[in-house]
Design a protein around this ligand. Structure first.
Ligand SMILES: Nc1nc2c(c(=O)[nH]1)N[C@H]1C(S)=C(S)[C@@H](COP(=O)(O)O)O[C@H]1N2
Ligand SMILES: [Mo]
Length: 538
């Protein structure tokens, strides 16, 4: 491999006399590039295809790895586990790749003069890949495809590179004996072709890996159930839904639930891989796997989640029914040092969140959630496990794909968004929003139904008021309360005369505190102010 990245070696190709290509060292160098590029193209394309068709296990390296595990004698399996522990599978995969690379170099060198050796080897490798893939217990006919297409891609790469080296006529007997066209231009074209092939192979492999990981997570999500041994929430009261056109539903369907995260590619892990490590300022460290989490006492709760970036009137908020294990129980199990003030949770992709320990132990239903609206967590919303803490903005509470809990202090650690200037403590501010009529909309003069949502997390809404222009505030009718941790619909019918009108809303929480009129931007601890909509009454 170093030969490929070493410009000095390229230069040496370029300066060598054509006749020297017949020398063994030259054949080895050219053959190494030829063999590695073709093999990489074959494996990269096969891996991409396995990912594309959502059959991760049919990728040749994985299929051959699994077949090897089935075939090796017990003593060797035990030796591998004793020696490499949980890394045994990784060691096996690396071993397969190394063997393939060595074979590729040997075959590549032989193929410089006799490309048919390369084609035959690729066909044989393809056949092994097909047999390995089809030998899996859950195999389907389509699992033959990645190895077949991979072998074809490898053969095309071999052919293209060989042509670059020796020109079109490389298959003739005379060229085999004495290639005459291996001049500096051919060598440079050959090396450039080899570099392109390796680049394409790497890109295909990485993309395939991402798609495979995703399909594995999707398959894992289809396997996990939602246990029935749950302290169920009361059904959502029928009166929580006012049934008005244009009003947000009380429960936000998963597909419509807002999504906010820093992940360029959605982290994908399986429930089987998932572990939560709880450590730091605790008496006794603890690691929980998915089965153990599901075996804990579980609760089902409706909780409204809100993003700190939600503008006044914005839609970065949603309400769902979650199932999970109370975080307070987990903290009780590990024994939290009374000096610990902050729980730092980390996702599998390294995103960090800092939550006050007090908010996790004050009796509210903070949970390690694994189900959302009756389904396993959607992958985008944190599969297999996320945090949900009533009353706190997502960036200080709602870690998706969570894998680590560290008990610490606020002084000791600044999590992701706090490092970027957002507030360390961020309870959700009381807000209200007009959903209908929409801003900029037109309505008929006369009786107009105004409706929207209001929330005062973990306190509850007591009153919502609406006014037109700078008129008197009128009290809206509130939908039935589900819990103090959920938002609430409201509606009001008012008489409006013709013209441009401005409607405004404000909410008062159960402690008697009314939303302040003065506007605040989301940064650094959440937007404030009254929502208003401008409408045209015709
Ligand atoms: N791993 C991870 N978890 C995360 C985030 C993130 O960027 N990465 N964003 C947080 C923020 S800012 C919010 S508002 C909520 C949003 O959750 P949702 O996407 O399920 O609506 O997730 C929180 N959890
Ligand atoms: Mo957020």
């Amino acid at each position: 491999m170093t030969g490929l990245t070493n410009p000095l070696l390229f230069a040496r190709f370029a300066h060598m006399h054509p006749s020297r290509c017949q020398s063994l060292p030259m054949r080895i160098r050219v053959g190494t590039v030829l063999g590695l590029a073709s093999a990489a193209a074959a494996l990269g394309v096969a891996h991409l295809l396995a990912g594309l068709v959502g059959r991760a296990e049919s990728s040749p390296v994985l299929a051959v790895g699994s077949a090897t595990i089935d075939l090796v004698p017990r003593w060797l399996k035990e030796f591998a586990i004793d020696t490499f522990g949980t890394a045994d599978k990784l060691v096996l995969l690396i071993g397969i790749v190394v063997v393939v690379a060595v074979l590729a170099v040997v075959v590549g060198v032989a193929s410089v003069r006799r490309p048919e050796i390369g084609f035959a080897s690729l066909a044989l490798a393809g056949a092994i890949g097909v047999i390995a893939a089809l030998s899996r217990p859950s195999a389907q006919p389509i699992d033959a495809l990645p190895a077949l297409v991979g072998a074809a891609a490898g053969a095309m790469t071999l052919r293209l590179l060989h042509r670059r080296l020796f020109g079109q006529a490389s298959n003739t007997e005379s060229d085999r004996i004495a290639p005459t066209s291996l001049d500096g231009v051919s060598r440079r074209r050959f090396l450039a072709g080899g570099a392109v092939a390796l680049g394409v192979a790497a890109a295909a492999g990485v993309t395939g890996q991402f798609l495979s990981r995703r399909s594995q997570a999707v398959a894992s999500r289809a396997r996990v159930g939602v246990p029935s041994t749950v302290a169920s929430a009361a059904p959502v009261p029928a009166g929580a839904e006012l049934g008005i056109d244009g009003l947000s539903p009380f429960t936000t369907p998963n597909a419509d639930f807002y999504r906010i995260d820093t992940a360029l590619l959605v982290p994908t892990m399986t429930a089987e891989e998932w572990r939560l490590r709880v450590h730091g300022m605790v008496d006794q460290e603890l690691t929980i796997d998915f089965e153990q989490l599901q075996a804990r006492p579980l609760i089902e709760r409706d909780v409204t989640l809100a993003c700190v970036s939600n503008e006044v009137g914005g839609d970065l908020i949603g309400n769902a029914r979650w199932v999970g294990a109370p975080i307070a129980d987990v903290l009780a199990d590990v024994g939290v040092d009374p000096a610990a003030t902050q729980l730092v949770s980390t996702s599998v992709d390294g995103f960090t969140v800092g939550t006050p320990v007090s908010a996790l132990t004050d009796g509210r239903d903070a949970m390690l959630a694994f189900a959302m609206n009756g389904e396993p967590l959607p992958i985008e919303h944190g599969f297999p496990v996320r945090m949900v803490v009533p009353g706190l903005y997502g960036y200080v509470s709602a870690t998706k794909w969570v894998v680590d809990f560290e008990l610490t202090t606020f002084e000791a650690f600044d999590p992701y968004w706090v490092r970027r200037g957002w507030a360390e403590q961020a309870p959700i501010k009381t807000q209200s929003r007009i959903d209908t009529p929409r801003s900029g909309g037109q309505v008929q003069a006369g009786e107009v139904v105004v409706a929207g949502m209001a929330w005062a997390q973990h306190v509850g809404i007591a009153r919502v008021e609406v006014r037109a222009d700078d008129g008197e505030w009128a009290e809206a009718e509130l939908a039935e309360e589900d819990t103090i941790d959920t938002w609430r619909q409201w509606k009001l019918t008012i008489r409006l005369g013709r013209g441009a009108r401005r409607l405004q809303v404000r909410a008062t929480d159960a402690e008697g505190v009314t939303q302040p009129e003065s506007r605040a931007e989301p940064f650094p601890d959440g937007a404030a102010g009254w929502h208003s909509v401008l409408i045209d009454v015709a």
